[in-house]
Design a protein around this ligand. Structure first.
Ligand code: CA
Length: 251
């Protein structure tokens, strides 16, 4: 079968709480040229979609915090040009109708063949040139991360971040508001098949924090930086506003 690449590097937001399915879909989509962000709850998926509007959302309905139908409705209200596909085990006609009425463009019943999902994505994206040409520009307080140009600016002034510092900031910023595990950061920023020590992650994160704070201190006016919180035993989370006890995130 002829493999067709996605029209651009379309950004797919995956909202799925099942680890096995999520991991499989995330890896498969990446290997087919999509840029992916994976959120495990409805709330973090909504926050992510508002921070960095994706081209496509693949939405599970049975989520731990909210029902996917409500998330579909919210997503559709905020982003009209979104391609929204529901992936769920709920197969009744009434469920399919509810999903489509809530704003979904398509509906796939689990278990489905990955090749079918990929074919549907290509078919939908072919008809959406504007949506797939989306240029991700993340605004985090006074910090702007331009993913396509690989530039990071604080209050309009460019920060000369090192390669991995930029990649790490970009990985955290794409999932702003959601916890990102050390394993996911290692595989996204360093190597897809990383199983070794992760000391390099701590070192790079410390230098990223230092550079951001030094740049902020050098600004003539007070600036708002995103806050990177350390989640002991798990990973990190980037927040747009500092948590109430901002001391937790300092190195
Ligand atoms: Ca589920």
């Amino acid at each position: 079968m002829r493999q067709v690449e996605p029209p651009e590097r379309a950004h797919v937001l995956l909202i799925e709480d099942d680890e096995t399915i999520g991991r499989h879909l995330d890896a498969s989509l990446r290997s087919h040229g999509y840029h992916t962000t994976w959120c495990r709850t409805g709330t973090s998926g909504l926050t992510q979609a508002q921070t960095d509007p994706p081209d496509v959302v693949l939405l599970d309905l049975g989520l731990p915090d909210t029902d996917g139908i409500d998330i579909a409705r919210e997503l559709r209200t905020h982003q009209d040009d979104l391609l929204l596909i529901i992936l769920t085990a709920r197969s009744g006609d009434i469920d399919v109708i509810a999903g489509l009425d809530a704003g979904a463009d398509d509906y796939l019943v689990k278990p489905f063949a990955l090749t079918v999902l990929l074919a549907r994505l290509r078919a939908h994206l072919r008809r959406r040139p504007a949506a797939s040409a989306h240029q991700p520009l993340l605004r985090l307080g006074d910090l702007t991360v331009d993913l396509s140009a690989r530039r990071c600016l604080l209050a309009g002034r460019e920060l000369g971040l090192r390669l991995k510092e930029f990649d790490l900031l970009a990985a955290l910023a794409r999932s702003a508001g959601a916890a990102v595990s050390r394993e996911d950061l290692m595989s996204e920023v360093w190597d897809e098949n990383w199983f070794g020590p992760t000391k390099t992650l701590d070192v790079t994160l410390a230098s990223l924090r230092r550079r951001l704070h030094e740049a902020a201190a050098a600004e003539p006016r007070p600036v708002t930086l995103p806050h990177i919180t350390t989640l002991r035993g798990h990973g990190y989370r980037l927040d747009l506003t500092p948590p109430p006890d901002a001391a937790t995130g300092t190195p």
